[in-house]
Ligand binder design. Structure first.
Ligand code: CP
Length: 309
């Protein structure tokens, strides 16, 4: 049994086996109803989904993906169970392990994810915390490689505010050998504790560039996210004004490489971190990225349950 908690804890060989399986799973889908089953690898599997924050893509892609592989999904609403309110995380993790075969959890606190995983006897998948979003980033790598080939030696430029998705990109960069450039206001750069996690000798995989034009010229992949994450306070006017310099718009992206791609994990606040025009531009692959969540979730779940093909 494997947990899927953070990308930096999983070997490159294992991550590549997940990506390869996701390709196979995607190719094996034929046109027709989305519930049509071509592969029964998860027959008999009961997957639990526990989300403390809203989710459209993560929840639906795990639900549909699991059912496509013959498994069943049980949604566990935070207001219906006792986790951390009347029962310890440790006890709830042990109890849920009695009834489920695997669980996806979306929590506020990263330490609660580890507390849960350390007590559970079933695979635990990180469906996002305030500090990480590994399922999203592995999907983004998959999507880039599907469209542009190997991400090794490429440059990912993150615009705006450092957040959980960027943290997972940083985790992935040293494994997959790509550079990340952060382009945003000083006060919103990645935290030292995240940068310190990188293995020694791998510092070259991260740079800061405060000039959006210099940054965009280097990008093979441009990424941004909402400036305010689900757990954050609203921005003040001064910060908002400063962040507008780092908005992804067509004028900026036109200064970049011809083959550059734009990704956003969604949901987006159009008119803020990205313009509507750029969102719909042919270089934007946000919907391919969203669809690929499902193929990746299936492969991640199969890897966790040692059902990878
Ligand atoms: N990108 C992402 O995780 O989307 P949801 O919050 O809708 O799951």
């Amino acid at each position: 049994m494997n947990n899927f908690l953070n990308i930096n804890e999983i070997t490159l060989t294992e991550l590549e086996s997940i990506l390869e399986d996701a390709h196979r799973l995607k190719k094996s889908l034929e046109p027709g109803f989305k519930g049509l089953r071509r592969d029964n690898r998860l027959e008999g599997c009961n997957l639990g989904l526990y989300f403390q924050k809203p989710s459209t893509r993560t929840r639906l892609s795990f639900e549909t993906g699991t059912m496509q592989l013959g498994g069943k999904v049980i949604n566990i609403r935070p207001d219906e169970i006792h986790l951390n309110e009347g029962e310890s995380i440790e006890d709830t993790a042990k109890i849920l392990s009695l009834f489920l075969d695997a669980i996806v959890i979306r929590l506020f606190k990263e330490e609660h994810l580890y507390e849960f995983a350390n007590s559970a006897n079933i695979p635990v998948i990180n469906g996002l915390t305030n500090d990480s979003h590994p399922c999203q980033v592995l999907t983004d790598i998959f999507t880039f490689q599907e469209l542009r080939g190997n991400i090794s030696e490429k440059t990912v430029v993150w615009f705006g505010v450092a957040n959980n998705v960027l943290n997972s990109f940083l985790h992935a960069s040293t494994h997959f050998n790509f550079k990340i450039i952060f382009c945003g206001p000083e006060k919103f750069k990645p935290q030292k504790k995240v940068l310190d996690l990188r293995p020694r000798g791998k510092e070259r995989f991260f740079e800061i560039e405060s000039d959006p034009i210099k940054a965009v010229k280097q990008a093979d992949l441009i990424v941004t996210d909402k400036w305010v994450s689900m757990h954050d306070k609203p921005l003040n006017e001064k910060d908002l004004e400063e962040l507008m310099r780092f908005q992804i718009n067509k004028t900026l992206v036109d200064k970049g490489k011809k083959e550059v791609l734009f990704m956003h994990c969604l949901p987006a606040s159009k008119g803020l971190e990205v313009t509507d025009e750029m969102f719909k531009d042919k270089r934007s692959v946000v919907f391919e990225e969203a669809e690929n969540r499902m193929h990746l979730q299936k492969a991640i779940l199969c890897w966790c349950l040692k059902k990878i093909s």
